[in-house]
Design a protein around this ligand. Structure first.
Ligand code: NAI
Length: 301
């Protein structure tokens, strides 16, 4: 392919790259010239234990295909060690894909504090730790591409996943604010919410259902968002089986109630139709434009 997108000279960290989606992202970027730090703690699908095997195996696969990679088995909660390992191995950093994670599904009424904290630690705190260690390097280089991995469970909510849904939507808040801070420094940050066959989805879906949603159908979106020619930042994308879509916040036009008169819940009740009417909805794309109606009110008193 003459216009093949390449990542020569770029160094990428992919967390949780010992299997599933992370492995597919790592293999694709490596096949296009990126040097990869393959991070994977090698824990179980519920987050227990540790194993050197998965990271080593993906490094071996990349090398067998002629690529360059190094293995790292630190937990993402020790993100500074992961970033240091990439710098030690390759001397620079350009791309970070925060992908590591596991599930601890349980109804909220049975959820323990450990179920909540363990999921928060790996998905949100882990992404924070790796990104926080990478950030000064990317700022200094005035270049970076970061992907955070969310989930439909976070965007829409799902039974038995209060811990996971919270962390996963939190990751998009992380993306949106980082994108604002990173933009002037050439650092682009986006969120993907994938759907793919992996040990996480095999527990709830059949092999037949998962046949057409292999992880390598998501990796091209991740790779595009990580390419130097991609200007997208702060975005949220769903991806699975080759289907890709962008999400936005949708807000009703809204209406101001209680201006200049006694203002109680009755006024909100009586205006409920207008408050919740999506017929004139808009998509405020950033914080400043989201504030437009309030700015008007503040301006007019
Ligand atoms: P997976 O279980 O195959 O891969 C996750 C990897 O993360 C595993 O290899 C695991 O050893 C590693 N890991 C777990 N804890 C870690 C830690 N503390 N430090 C470093 N590595 C650690 O699962 P899959 O499906 O590939 O998941 C990848 C990401 O995509 C996860 O964040 C998951 O929540 C997310 N996701 C996956 C969906 C799917 O349909 N497969 C749907 C929505 C989100």
């Amino acid at each position: 392919m003459s216009d093949q997108m390449r990542y020569d000279g770029r160094v990428a960290i992919v967390t949780g790259a010992g299997g599933g989606l992370g492995r597919a992202h790592a293999l694709l970027l490596a096949s296009r010239g990126a040097k990869i730090l393959v991070n994977d703690l090698g824990s179980s699908a519920k987050g227990d234990g540790a194993d050197m095997g998965p990271a080593d195996q993906v490094v071996a696969e990349i090398k067998a295909a002629g690529g360059e990679a190094a293995a790292n088995t630190d937990s993402v909660v020790d993100g500074d060690k992961i970033v240091q390992a990439a710098m030690d191995a390759f001397g620079r950093l350009d791309i970070l894909i925060n992908n590591a994670g596991f599930l601890r599904d349980v109804g909220f009424h049975n959820m323990t504090e450990a179920d909540w904290t363990d999921i928060y630690q790996v998905h949100l705190f882990g992404a924070f730790k790796v990104t926080h260690a990478a950030w000064p390097i990317l700022r200094e280089a005035r270049y970076g591409r970061i992907i955070n991995t969310s989930s439909a469970a976070g965007i829409y909510g799902n039974f038995g996943q209060v811990n996971y849904s919270t962390a996963k939507l939190g990751l998009h808040g992380f993306t949106q604010a980082l994108a604002v801070e990173g933009r002037p420094r050439g650092i682009h940050v986006n969120t993907i919410a994938p759907a793919a066959d992996s040990r996480l989805t095999r527990t709830v879906m059949t092999p037949e259902q998962l046949k057409n949603v292999q992880p390598d159908r998501v990796s091209p979106l991740a790779a595009w968002l990580c390419h130097e020619s991609c200007n997208e930042t702060g975005g949220l994308f769903e991806s699975g089986g080759g289907w890709n879509a962008k999400l936005q916040w949708v807000r009703t036009k809204g209406t101001r109630v209680g201006a200049g008169e006694e203002f109680g819940p009755e006024a909100v009740r009586d205006a409920w139709g207008a408050i919740t009417d999506f017929s004139e909805a808009s998509n405020p794309g950033d914080f400043a434009s989201s504030m437009a109606p309030l700015a008007e009110i503040m301006g007019n008193g």
